[in-house]
Structures are given as C-alpha cells and as structure tokens.
Design a protein around this ligand. Sequence first.
Ligand code: C2O
Length: 468
Amino acid sequence: MTSDVTRRRFLLLAGAAASMTVLGPWSSSGVVAQTTTPFVRRDVGAMSASDPILVSYRKAIKAMKALPASDPRSWTYQAAIHGTTLAQTRTAWNTCEHGTYFFWSWHRMYLYWFERIVRQMSKNTHWALPYWNWSSTSERRLPAPFRDPGSELYTANRNPAMNNGTGSLPAGDVNYDPAFSFMNFTTASSSLEGTPHGAVHVDIGGWMGSVPTAAQDPIFYLHHSNIDRLWNLWLAQGGGRTDPLTDATWRTQRFTFFNEKGKQVQMTGCDILRAAQQLHYVYEGEPAQVLEQCGQVRPLTAVQFLRQQVMELPSVPFELKDEPVSIQLDMAKLRAGQGELKGAREGMMLLELEDVEAERQPGVVWDVYVGLPKDAKRDVQGPHFVGTVALFGTGIRNEGKHAFRPARFVFPLHNALAAAKDAESEQLSVTFIPHTVEVEGQSSQIHAQAPVKVGKARIIRESPGARE
Ligand code: C2O
C-alpha cells in the first residue's frame, strides 16, 4: 500500500493522544465546547470477545433492540436510516448515499451519530466504534466474536462459510490500491465504493448483500468504519488529493440523523471534514489527518478534472455469468485515440462501465484484469489487476424502496497499460473472472444468482484541467 505522505503544507498533526478543543456540530447551537482527548477507533483484529469495546457493543445492541421501532435510537430505526424493507416511512429512513459523491461523507455522518447512540446505550463513556481492517492478511476472516451464535454480534443471515470461520475474503476484493491511485475525489470514491466496499458486502452476503437490510448486521458498522478510515488515508497520500471543497452542493447539502437523546440533527460536508477536530475521533495507527477547511480552499488544490472518451469497447452490451468473459481491444485504435488527445495535459486512463445491472444480488464478484498475457498467473497484486465488479447499492433491480439506479464502475489503467506496452501485442484484453469467498484458498463452485448486464464500456482519459 502506498503511504507516501508528501503534502505537508496542509498537514498538521492530529495524533491520537493530542489534546484539543472540540467544537462539535452540537456547539453551533452554543451547547458544548470541550477540551478533551479524542476517542480512538481501534482495529477489531486485536480484540478478543471479552474486550470492553465488544462487550459494550453487545450490551448496546441488546438495549437498542429492546426499544420500539419508532424510537430513533432503536436498532431497527438506526438500520432503517441506511435502508429498510419495512413499508412505512419515517424521518430519514432509506437515505443512504450510493453511487454519488456523498458516499464517503454520508456514511461518516451516519457512523458518527450511531456511535454516539451506542456509547449512550452501552453506558461505556469511552466507547468508540472499532474498524475491521480486512486488507490486513491476518484479518480476512470475519472477526471471531461476530461468529459466535450466542452473541448479539452474530446473525445467521450471512454466507455460511464466513459465519463458520472457514471462508476468507479474496485478496483482490480487499485491495484498495486501484482506488487509491486516483487523484480525483469523485473517481477515487466511486472506485473504492466498488472495491473493496461493495465486494466485501457481497462476500459477507445475507443482510450485508443488500442495502435495505445491510445495517441490521452488526459487522456493517465495522466495515464502514474501515471505509471511513480509508478516506483519511486516501487524503493523507497527498499529491493534490483533496475533498471537493469547491463544490457548493457537496459542502452544503444537509442530511438528517438523530442524536443519543433521540433528537433530530442535521449535518453538512463542511461539518465532517476533520474527524479529530470536528467529530472528536481518530483511528488507531493512522497518519496525521489532513486538516481541510471549508472556505479556505487554496487555488492549487482546486483543480478541475476533464474527462474525454478515448474509445468504446467492442461487443457491448455483454453479460457476466458463471464463466470468465474476455473482450479484446484493438491497440492501434487505443493509440490513435490517445493521439487525438495530445493537447490534454498528462492524465489518467481509466476503464468505465456504465448501465450495469442485475435483477437480484448475484452473490458473485468478478475480478477485472486488463492486458493479462495468455496463461499468465492471475495476480491481484500485479499490474494487470484493476479492481472488481461487485453489485451493491446500485444496479440491483428488485431491492425494496430504493429507487433503482444502474451501477457504474471505474478502473485505473496506468499500470496495466505500462505493463502491456512491453508485450507489443496488437490486442489488449479486458477479462472478468467470477469468484466467491475462499475456503482453504479456493473459490467454490460459481453460481451467479442473476447475470449482470453491462450496458456501456469505454476508455476515458481524466486529466487535471484549468484551475478554478
Ligand atoms: Cu450504505 Cu456499505 O453501505
């Protein structure tokens, strides 16, 4: 993983032990401003079932489940804010953001209020949400305390292999290098929403495999805690990566949640930029948080990205089912397309799939390789692996009250194209290989519950354009 923290200009230390004045969102109404140590969100991989954090989480879940569904602090209500299959509608239900540039920010707000409710309900004043660091090779299995059928952390609604501890997440599904290589916020967020985010949802399966049920599974919040941590890590890579602070809609759009008293609260992008300062938490072991400010956007960071189509893929639309699918691109055409864009400043080539959809959750994830030489070993750490196709949040037709929107996927091509250059081949292959979670290092028999239709596929160049 890249950990090249070069952009020091905007970095100030927000170390775990640093003491600071906290002006939380609740302070805008003049209620509290406190000087204190931020909560530390710890890696669940280092926790045993008797860790006070997990014991308190169980206690809170029990208490939240005992509340009526009409109480905003109840387990049902909290999960329903993300999504629900229940017919009635209540304030803020079914409001999660998927397939939009609010993906990271909405889920950060959601976790923040959920965490405060759990802290209150568990009566553990030190409680902070743990994160599941599935990219670590030692944490590919579902954390053991969540597999104990006697625990509130367990739900029978999961892929049996994940629940009995034999199944582990395939390395490609938890590889965030492709997402991290993107400079543009929206593209990076969109890429990460697919891999690892969506892939892990599909692998765990059951409730986690579908938006209207996902947040009923206690592991959901640890999965998203890690996704939220990755937002900090993506920014900390520097190199010009920045939140979309020049975008007024992203900054000011209001989202509704409930606090630990059951009172309605609202938040905007500007309220959650600096997790430690504004929301009072840090992640164990993370680098210094990038301290961005609304209203203080430096011209250097306010780069607009231009997108130009290089070529369309042949044989579109196509379907993904139980067998690998390979599409051959004409290298000459790709080169010609690149040539036409000569005027553009240096940019990134990417593969974009649009209008991707299935009738149901297929329950299968497809690894995507570009330019993989025939008979070459498939290596998800190698240059030809560009990400996965995993449907979650968008692209699934029969899913409760969520309005249907087709899914979109983006994959970075720079490594694959650099590697393919040496091969001097006239064709460039784009290959989709289905897999399931691994049991003893092997994918089991592939059976997609529904085929995935890919409506559009093209190669795009995304380049930093004029500064605003
Ligand atoms: Cu809104 Cu991972 O889901």
